[in-house]
Design a protein around this ligand. Structure first.
Ligand code: F6R
Length: 619
């Protein structure tokens, strides 16, 4: 297909990179290119910068280029988009702190060249501060290259829905969705500031070149809206369509809803593959509200799919082929492995039961050699009140002389004293961190026992990258990989399960997947046989029936058992500390998703199951 046709609906130039790191590299290289060409012309570069999880990869690459390639920032001037209000620049939550920790501290940029709106000015001085910020940008000669992320509301900077095209630097009220999305970093939505100071839409559009970035499945819908939708002040990012030099950098996941990716046949002729044919027929079935086997020539013709029918000879042949392709994905217990060495890698204690509780039970019944490897302790996500309650229980046992009293009372005193003076965001003492870890370990064991696994199937890897005590984790390192590798060497798995939902609030799933991938590569290079890798999802989203390699049916009893196993993770129930933007508890999400997958197959005219889990086998 001609490339112009493919991108016909896209009103912003769009580049689809492989993954988060690839986006980071490409954007960093463009920044370096602009810096070098301006330097060659004897000019300094003015960069507009963003915070958030998306540009972290860009900053990592810039630091690498500075350290290894001598890229200097000595003459670079920067302006950040925004800062929370009120916000002390020294706070762990401030964007000042974020920028210094993640970028500036590791470059040769002079402090005087860095500009970030101040969140600590008195309210009556905000307007003057905003005015000063605008003037400073002008005085620097305007922004040469602006980096942007996009929020799920479509905000750029903190220009929330309703922000006008003409808006300039000002104080804004944060949208509820935005506050929920950042709640995890603040240890609860109630701690997220209600306001922020942000550059306006007009301020942003005055930049000579703009690079906007989005990664992850959770951004796919808003990306489509920004790139293909009408310009609308409800979605500030749509104003970028009016900017002459904007490029949108996406990873594959964030590009998934663009028409050229989701339904390319609507844009013109396509190269039909078996996989695309399945997607098109499932899509058509949705459009028409008909089961696959009832789709007619007319349905195909009316929806730009005649060429697909032509390839298969008749609608009946095509319908049958897709119906069978979906049907063969269904794997009940009799088609699942027996007597096989299997590792389920669970990023946090609970991802195992939330995402694959159904299949874990079936695999246990099939007498496989199962190990659930919990990669992090998840201690960060335990409320302080749960620590108090567990220690109270121990103190009561001690008071009744069931266990020695002195040690129990001492621990309780130490912990309670610390918790009484703890501020949101303070790093827990080792006693508190350990208690939280143990709470989650005992919940994890109870969870898998509910599914018929034995206590010894649980292995707690406690990967070092997670042990910062803070929401911000270290990048994955050789020590993490070595621990995973050791487990592979010991167990020699024939099959492994890995979390494939990469939009968890802090990116821990992505990091854990990286650790397994590196360890597997090393293991295979050292002569180990590569196990089959099954990717699961569940806590944050689920694979669609078209994406899934295998669909595993669950009966009502099996789904109930799975939910009971999830209930064992009591510290994450009712209100989890890091629930993400979804209002529902994890078990409710699981119930809806598993029943939803089954209902989808039913709608397509296949068999009617009670519930289903979905898996993608990595090739
Ligand atoms: C950050 C900013 C925001 C973020 C956006 C996406 O300075 O202005 O617009 O870019 O909220 O955040 P992440 O990257 O964390 O998804």
């Amino acid at each position: 297909m001609h490339s112009d046709q493919r991108v016909a609906l896209e009103k912003i130039r769009t580049v689809i990179a492989d993954d988060h790191d690839d986006v980071g590299r490409r954007v960093a290289h463009r920044i370096a290119e602009v810096m070098r060409s301006r330097r060659a012309a004897g000019k300094r570069t003015v960069l507009g910068l963003a915070t958030g999880s998306t540009p972290i990869g860009v900053y990592r690459e810039l630091i690498r280029m500075h350290q290894q390639e001598g890229l200097s920032f000595a003459d670079v001037v920067t302006f950040n988009l925004d800062e929370y209000y009120p916000m002390d620049p020294g706070s762990i939550h401030s964007y000042h702190r974020f920028m210094w920790e993640n970028l500036f501290d590791q470059l040769d940029i002079p402090q005087a060249n860095v500009h970030i709106p101040r969140g600590d000015v008195p309210r009556e001085q905000i307007e003057a501060e905003c005015q000063r910020y605008e003037e400073a940008i002008q005085a620097a000669g305007g922004i040469d290259l602006q980096i942007l992320g996009i929020g799920r509301t479509g905000h750029i900077g903190f220009n929330e829905p309703g922000s006008g095209r003409e808006s300039r630097t000002r104080v804004v009220t944060l949208d509820l969705v935005t506050r929920k999305d950042t709640a995890a970093d603040f240890f609860g939505e109630e701690n997220v500031p209600r306001e922020a100071i942000t550059m306006g839409v007009e301020t942003i559009l005055e930049a000579r070149e703009i690079l906007i970035l989005a990664t992850g499945e959770h951004k796919a819908d808003i990306v489509r809206r920004a790139v293909e939708g009408e310009i609308d002040h409800e979605v500030a990012a749509t104003f970028l369509q009016q900017h002459g030099d904007t490029t949108f950098y996406l990873d594959r996941a964030a590009s998934a809803a663009l028409t050229r990716i989701a339904t390319p046949w609507l844009l013109g002729p396509v190269e039909w593959t078996a996989c695309l044919a399945v997607r098109a027929v499932v899509w058509l079935s949705h459009q028409t509200g008909k089961a696959i086997l009832k789709l007619t020539q007319r349905d195909y013709a009316e929806h730009h799919l005649s060429s697909l029918v032509a390839r298969h000879g008749s609608p009946g042949a095509l319908n049958g082929e897709v119906f069978n392709a979906l049907g063969t994905k269904i794997r009940g217990r009799s088609k699942l492995p027996r007597g096989t060495r299997i590792i389920c890698f669970s990023p946090h204690p609970d991802d195992d039961v939330i995402s694959m509780g159904g299949i874990l039970h079936k695999l246990a019944v099939n007498a496989n050699q199962l190990t659930v490897a919990y990669m992090t302790s998840g201690n960060l996500a335990v409320f302080d009140h749960d620590v108090r309650r567990h220690l109270d229980f121990i103190a009561r046992l001690a008071a009744e002389r069931r266990i020695p009293e002195a040690a129990a009372v001492e621990l309780q005193c130490q912990v309670n004293e610390f918790l009484a003076r703890k501020q949101p965001g303070d790093v827990d003492t080792p006693e508190v961190q350990d208690t939280k870890r143990l709470i989650r370990e005992s919940e994890a064991v109870a969870g898998i026992q509910t599914l018929g696994l034995e206590e010894r199937s649980a292995r707690f890897l406690n990967l070092p990258f997670y042990q910062t005590g803070k929401v911000k984790k270290d990048p994955i390192g050789p020590a993490d990989i070595a621990i995973v590798r050791q487990l592979l060497d010991e167990l020699r798995p024939e099959m492994v399960f890995v979390a494939g939902d990469l939009s968890d609030p802090h990116g821990t799933h992505r990091v854990c997947k990286e650790a397994v991938e590196h360890a597997l590569d090393e293991y295979v290079a050292a002569g180990g046989t590569r196990p089959e890798v099954w990717l699961y999802r569940g806590a944050w989203q689920e694979w669609s029936v078209t994406e899934a390699t295998w669909l595993v049916p669950l009966s009502q009893e099996e789904l109930r058992l799975k939910i009971q196993a999830i209930f064992k993770h009591q510290s994450q129930k009712d209100t989890a500390p890091f629930p993400g933007p979804d209002e529902r508890e994890f078990w409710q999400r699981v119930e809806a998703r598993n029943k939803g997958t089954a209902a989808e197959l039913d709608r397509l005219g296949l068999a009617e199951y009670f519930a289903m889990e979905a898996y993608v086998v990595e090739t």
